[in-house]
Each structure stands twice: as C-alpha cells, then as structure tokens.
Design a protein around this ligand. Structure first.
Ligand SMILES: Cc1ncc(COP(=O)(O)O)c(C=O)c1O
Length: 381
C-alpha cells in the first residue's frame, strides 16, 4: 500500500533526537529550529519525559473516560497553577483542530447562537468547524463552507462590532500570535478591544494558543503578553505533549458542564496525561519561559543587523523572518549545507523559527551565521 501523498517532503530521514539536536539515518547531525512544526517544547527525548511515559506504560496506557483517572486531575492541577488559570476547567482531547472544534461547540451551546468570527490569515485546523474559520479556501471543502462563519480583516474592530450587531455570533476566535501566517502579533488594543466587544455582545472569546502556547513566546500563553484579556476558552495542543498527541481547552468558570456535553474516546488517556504532566514539570523546573524570553530577545537583536532581512516579527522563541527573496531555496540550503531545520509560512518570503524552548545560544548563533552567509550571496531564485 502507498501513502496518500499529501506532504511535500524534505529528503531527510530523522532517526534520533536529543534536545534541539537531530540525527539522520547516516549519523549526520542537524539543529532543530522548527521544533517539529512548533510541537517540541521541552526538547526531544527529555529524560524526565521519557521516564514518565515509560513508567506510565508499565502501569496502564489507556482506559476510557468511564472510570476515574487520577492523573487527569493531577495534570489539571499543575496546568492550572503554571498557566495562571487555576479557576478554569480542563477538557482534554487529542489535537489542535479538535480543541478548536470543542471550543466553538461549547461557545455555541452556551450562547445558543451559531455564527463565529475569525480573522484574515488565520489557521485553526482542518476539521469542519475549525477549517471553516481558517483563511485558506484551498483547504475548505464544499461541505465545510459556512455562511455564518465570518473571516474579518485583521485588527479591524469596527468590522467586528458590525458583525456582532447581528446578534447571531456565538464567538470570536483568534490565535494568541498567528503562526501559519508568518508570526503576526496582534496589538494590545486589538486583543483588548475584542475582549470588551465579546462581553458587550455576549459572544465568547476563544484564544487559539495551539501554536503560541506552552511557553513558546516567553509567557505561558501568548495572550498573557497583554493585560486583561481573560478569554472565555483557551485552546491548546502542539507544545502541550512535546510530540505526544494531546490537546485540550481551558474553560472559564462561567461555563457549566453537564454529562455528555463534550466527550472523546482517547482524550485524556493515562499515557497522554503522563506526557503532558512531564512537559509542565520540566517547563517549571528548568525555567523554560524565562529561557525562551531571554534567548528570543537576544536572537531578535542579532537578526536586526542582517542584510537581506526585510522584517522580523515575534517574541520569545516564536519568530518570523521576512527575506528579500523566496524563503524556499534559503531553507533548502540551511538543511543541505548547514544542517538546520526551519519552518515555512503562508508568505513565500518568510522563515518561521519555533525551536525547542531549551535550545542553547550557540545553536541559535550557528543559525545566525549560516543565514548571514546565505543572504550575503545573490538569490538563487
Ligand atoms: C494556531 C493553530 N490552531 C490549530 C492548529 C491545528 O492543530 P492540529 O494540526 O493539531 O489539528 C494549528 C496547527 O498548525 C495551529 O497552528
């Protein structure tokens, strides 16, 4: 049987990983500045993470949500404390799209309305509701398109208020920092404006922190870079499991749970909770938020001086770099000649950096030197 061919592949087979280092099947070492698509938070094969998962596997890997699973409560406790949302409640699922799907469903149940607002450049996932709120018509199938889901211009509070006046909007969804769209940081005024408009018109504010959460920006969630947001729902995945499939939503105390309102077979299983717990324990113990913040600041400063870079966006270790040329050939050269993985973005001139939060400065510095060298040559495309 062949694989359904939907991914354009880099011709490298990764066989081993440790921290921000990767090795291919021939033993060639690479630096991971992409975090396996913004997923690796505490570093590949972190010993505490490996031990927790192995220990859990020896006890029990899975039983359904029909029985008590104490490690779920233990995880919720720790996550609430570390994220700064101890009074929110946690619903666990398996991916980012699924987290957003549950978030919009919950907002719709709570308000009795069906409309949603998202923003230009958004990416919220590929399942039916999430993709209808994603600004990429190429991945929206005819059965996903929704007339009452509105993609409004970025930073346009007037357009948001106009849409809310219809009184048909259940929620507004926005990424803490837009990832796929090349790291676009919402202004404080925009986020605060959305929060107050959502309150005024009794719509729910959903912060999609799937990519920008779990310390990537130097705060636990990106929206915490701005005061006073207090989202109704926060969706999470990617860095949450450091590679183990786990997603979830944090739900404000205003929502009332009832049996059967949400549900999943695999979400919150023993093994996923062990992975999730290991991630938050390491983030706390190794001060990874501070590390992301400090390294990010230093990296942004160094990048500023490089000829060939036309714009830099982001904060912490979530950085978008616009080049004076197409990013594709630059990224290929980074892999082939300098042995470094970076991420692409919607814009063809943009490189995305999303390294593990415990990457070391010398690894980031090697990237800076490589990028300088490549950009000092004339473009190959
Ligand atoms: C902001 C954001 N939301 C949702 C998703 C979807 O997550 P998943 O691929 O785990 O379904 C992504 C994935 O890239 C994302 O970046």
């Amino acid at each position: 049987m062949k694989l359904f061919d939907v991914y354009p592949l880099i011709p490298v087979t990764i066989a081993k990983a440790d921290g921000a280092k990767l090795w291919d099947e021939n033993g060639q070492e690479y630096i991971d500045l992409y975090g396996g698509h913004a997923v690796i938070s505490i570093g590949h094969t972190h010993p505490h993470y490996v031990r927790r998962i192995k220990d859990q596997l020896d006890q029990i890997a899975f039983y359904s949500n029909s029985v008590q699973i104490p490690i779920q409560k233990q995880y919720a406790e720790k996550l609430g404390e570390l994220s700064g949302y101890p009074d929110y409640e946690l619903f666990l699922c398996n991916s980012g799209a699924e987290a957003n799907e549950n978030a919009i469903k919950l907002a719709s149940f709570a308000t009795g309305k069906s409309g949603f607002i998202a923003f230009s450049g958004s990416f919220h996932g590929r399942t039916s509701g999430a993709v209808a709120l994603t600004d990429n018509p190429k991945i929206v199938a005819p059965c996903n398109a929704r007339e009452d889901f509105h993609i409004l211009p970025w930073e346009d509070l007037e357009a948001v208020e106009e849409a809310l006046k219809s009184n048909e909007i259940a929620g507004i969804i926005i990424e803490g920092i837009q990832g796929v769209n090349g790291i676009q940081v919402p202004s404080a005024e925009f986020l605060q404006g959305l929060a107050s408009l959502a309150k005024k018109y009794e719509a729910k504010l959903i912060l999609d922190e799937v990519q920008s959460g779990f310390g990537r920006t130097g705060k636990f969630f990106a929206h915490q870079l701005v005061d006073g947001i207090g989202p109704d729902i926060i969706s999470m995945a990617k860095g949450m499991g450091n590679g183990f499939p786990i997603g979830g939503i944090l739900i404000s105390p205003a929502f009332k749970a009832s049996y059967g309102l949400l549900g999943t077979t695999f979400g919150g299983n023993h093994l996923a909770c062990a992975a999730g717990l290991a991630v938050v324990e390491v983030i706390e113990k190794e001060n990874l938020l501070e590390n992301a913040s400090e390294l990010g600041e230093k990296l942004l400063e160094e990048l500023k001086g490089i000829a060939g870079i036309t714009a830099i966006r982001g904060t912490g270790l979530m950085i978008g770099i616009d080049l004076d040329r197409e990013a594709g050939p630059v990224r290929s050269e980074l892999v082939k000649k300098y042995h470094m993985f970076t991420g692409s973005a919607a814009g063809k001139n943009t490189i995305r950096l999303l390294p593990p939060l415990n990457i070391e400065w010398n690894q980031l510095n090697s990237f800076i030197s490589a990028l300088k060298e490549i950009l000092s040559q004339s473009p190959t495309s």
